[in-house]
Write a protein that binds this ligand. Structure first.
Ligand code: AMP
Length: 394
């Protein structure tokens, strides 16, 4: 397929899109329709000359916003649509061509991702209504981690909870971990063992061996694991009962605090934005310094734990807004892993920011490498869409 793929990431009141051409050197058209259904909707994007634009969309909902997105594609027609779908449960181990059955299966997993899957499906319904003739593909955040062995995905809970209710670890950010580990393989010229650290507003780690995810830090929901912008990551499972019993907190309140009031924001009392925290820590703000320290320490612990899944460690890959742009976080994480025998190159670490891909260590035989690889979830979704359609056309 030579036409571009329209990649859609649909939230409850927003649609992020990218028109990804078949050739990597052609420009992408990207943008975001937001505040949908509020009466104050708008479309922000970047055109093929790299210039930003904003359009008021009034009381647009998802269908109207998609029509406006299509109009803004400068006459380019996509050949297919690739949808980011957060949760594919155990059923989807790879991308799937969307039909009524696939929609029903995504609906059936909505209990596991109540905030995300219904919103993703709104985008699917709107695009199917608008582009009935175009093939639509679902690319799942969880699919890459379906290769986890039972020892990594099972919780030590009664078996019936797994069998009857699907309570297990699924993992998320699969497209990002898949993309950066494949890129690390290509750059290193091996099918290697990588620890990948996706550090953005959401954060997760994965252990990838020869293209297969063997363990990851997120679990049943994207709350488990690392400290994130506003999410707590791991806490004692007894915390919920304690807060309910001692403080009288409702489940909704506990859930809200752990998802929206914790993480870097909760620890620092200042911000969920790493740039702000680094500046404040530099200026002597104790809460900000502690937040950065706990954040890095949890990453190092997670990487050390996940290394148990790998037959061999070829390197660590940093990605995501923080992983790609924060030399300080990368340096602190590496300093907490002295037994890995890593050798950070301070200058390369300082200089590898703002979308640059590169090694940030001094290469030596038998020493795990350190890579910064900007993630490309849209590109990966477009690739998986093309690949699936290529197979079904055969
Ligand atoms: P993402 O969710 O991948 O867009 O990442 C968002 C996070 O990246 C936020 O915490 C930002 O503060 C962080 N970030 C972006 N640029 C920088 C930077 N130059 N230094 C440190 N953190 C950054």
């Amino acid at each position: 397929m030579n036409e571009p793929v329209l990649v859609i990431n649909c939230g409850s009141s927003s649609i992020k899109y990218a028109l990804v051409p078949a050739a990597a050197d052609q420009p992408r058209l990207t943008g975001l329709a937001e505040r949908l259904g509020s009466g104050d909707a708008r479309l922000k994007g970047v055109d093929s000359r790299g210039e930003a634009f904003t359009r008021d969309l009034g009381d647009a909902g998802h269908v109207e916003a998609l029509a406006a997105i299509l109009e803004g594609l400068e006459g380019r027609r996509p050949g297919a649509v690739g949808h980011r779908i957060v949760h594919g449960g155990e059923q989807f181990t790879r991308a799937a061509l969307i039909d009524d059955e696939v929609v029903a299966a995504i609906e059936a997993t909505s209990a596991l991702a109540p905030l995300h899957n219904p919103a993703n499906l709104q985008g699917v319904a709107a695009t199917r209504a608008l582009f009935a003739e175009l093939p639509q593909v679902a690319v799942f955040d969880t699919a890459f981690h379906q290769s986890l062995p039972p020892r990594a995905y099972r919780y030590a809970l009664p078996e019936a909870l797994y069998r009857e209710h699907g309570i297990r670890r699924y993992g998320f950010h699969g497209t990002s971990h898949a993309y950066v580990s494949a890129r690390a393989d290509a750059l290193a010229g091996i099918e290697g063992g990588w620890l990948t650290a996706h550090l953005g507003n959401g954060c997760s780690t994965a252990a990838v061996w020869q293209g297969q995810s063997l363990d990851t830090s997120m679990g049943l929901t994207p709350l488990e694991g690392l400290v994130m912008g506003t999410r707590s990551g791991d806490v004692d499972p007894g915390l919920h009962a304690h807060l309910a019993r001692e403080l009288g907190w409702s489940l909704e309140r506990i859930n809200d605090v752990l998802n929206r009031g914790s993480g870097l924001l909760g620890l620092s009392g200042l911000s969920n934005d790493m740039r702000e925290l680094e500046a404040a820590a530099e200026a002597g703000h104790a809460g900000a310094a502690l937040a950065v320290e706990v954040f890095c320490s949890r990453i190092a612990k997670s990487l050390a734990a996940l290394s148990c899944a790998l037959p061999r460690l070829d390197g660590i890959v940093f990605t995501g807004g923080i992983g790609e742009n924060s030399p300080r976080v990368r340096e602190q994480v590496v300093a907490l892993l002295p037994h890995f025998g890593l050798a950070l190159d301070p200058e390369a670490n300082r200089e590898t920011i703002r979308g640059h891909e590169g090694r940030i260590d001094a290469p030596a035989p038998n020493r795990p490498a350190l890579w910064v690889i900007p993630t490309d979830e849209e590109g990966r979704i477009a690739d998986e869409t093309r690949q699936l359609l290529g197979e079904t056309a055969r």
